[in-house]
Design a protein around this ligand. Structure first.
Ligand code: F6P
Length: 336
């Protein structure tokens, strides 16, 4: 039988991502619609430990759907990784009368949520958690899409289009580092979108001669006089790659690290719409006693997956897109 839920908490944790605010808004507005009270926990899991919260109602989330960052602030909490830290967090949950928590973030956020729910259960406290995937890296195993990816890709594409204008004018080589410590989704998507000469990703071993020197050489032979190399931060440092290009080919590359600019900005329609649907589904899951789940996208549909099982899932990297990139660029090996 469904248990009536009276109050839930919502928080954002880990690296911020454009669209997190749209998700917070959807969680709060859905809760209000279902007659459930909602408390905003500030600064991620640290907020639960430190009892740092704010009461939310339908109007407190007005005019945030278009805002980048997160109005609830975010953090990566070391203390929450410990049993003692989670015990402090549980005290706050009990004091506030929370029966559910919606945690918006990445894998680490969800693992923390599950650990909290289990620790609560061990003491006879039923605290259900729901995860909403939000990271510009798009690297969450159970979800085809994560909130923030589209905005970050568009930001990087806009920056690289500008770089291309000046590289083309000076007939130069540009080496651009995009975010992605462990994942190359952003680099590959952006690389295809800007028609990059070469893209380096952490999922593929880098062979400098094959992946960079030959690509630039083939592009030159095909008539190009400017080159765009996109590097995921997890695949190497742009500064180092620029120097090696100089040494190997005698070019004078310009290096740009896009960095945190990719995490900011007003979310795109795709991120707002996905965040809105996921926030709605998260509260609907709690309200119908289907907690301890992750709201994910699978083939365009939004589904709720058992959290423990979802955390075991691995996302296969779309290597076929790497082949598409190579087929479409003037540096493609078919032109040798
Ligand atoms: O949010 C994920 C991510 O953007 C990674 O791509 C990047 O390596 C990392 O966060 C940077 O984190 P920080 O904000 O701690 O520098």
């Amino acid at each position: 039988m469904e248990k009536q839920i009276h109050r839930i908490g919502v928080l954002t944790s880990g690296g911020d991502a454009p669209g997190m605010n749209a998700a917070v808004r959807a969680v709060v507005r859905t809760a209000m619609d279902l007659g459930i009270g909602c408390v905003g926990i500030r600064r991620g899991w640290n907020g639960l430990i430190a009892s740092d919260f704010v009461q939310l109602d339908a109007t407190s989330v007005s005019h945030i759907i278009d805002k980048g960052g997160t109005v609830l602030y975010t953090a990566r909490s070391e203390e929450f990784m410990t049993e003692e830290g989670r015990a402090k967090a549980l005290s706050t949950c009990k004091l506030l009368g929370l029966e559910g928590i919606v945690a918006i973030g990445g894998d680490g956020t969800f693992r923390g949520a599950l650990a909290l729910s289990r620790q609560a259960a061990a003491s006879g406290y039923d605290l259900q958690v729901v995860g909403i995937p939000a990271t510009i890296d798009n690297d969450i195993g159970c979800s085809h899409y994560t909130i923030g990816f589209d905005t970050a890709c568009n930001t990087a594409v806009q920056c690289i289009d500008k770089l291309r204008d000046t590289m083309q004018s000076h007939e130069r080589c540009s080496v651009v580092e995009v975010m992605g410590r462990r994942a190359g989704h952003l680099a590959l998507y952006v690389g295809i979108s800007v028609g990059a000469t070469a893209v380096l990703i952490p999922e593929r071993d880098v062979d400098f001669d094959r992946d960079i020197v030959e690509k630039i050489r083939q592009a030159r032979l095909a008539g190009t006089t400017h080159y765009m190399v996109v590097v995921a931060e997890g695949a190497g440092s742009a500064a180092d790659i620029g120097k090696r290009i100089h040494d190997a080919l005698g070019l004078d590359p310009r290096v740009t690290v896009l960095g945190h600019i990719q995490r900011g900005g007003s979310p795109t329609a795709r991120d707002r719409e996905t965040a809105s649907r996921m926030g709605y589904m998260a509260v609907a899951a709690l309200a119908s006693s289907r907690g301890n789940c992750i709201i994910a996208t699978q083939d365009g549909r939004i589904v709720d997956l058992d959290m423990e099982e979802a955390l075991q899932m691995k996302k296969s990297f779309p290597m076929d897109r790497y082949q598409i990139l190579e087929a479409l660029t003037l540096s493609g090996s078919h032109r040798s």
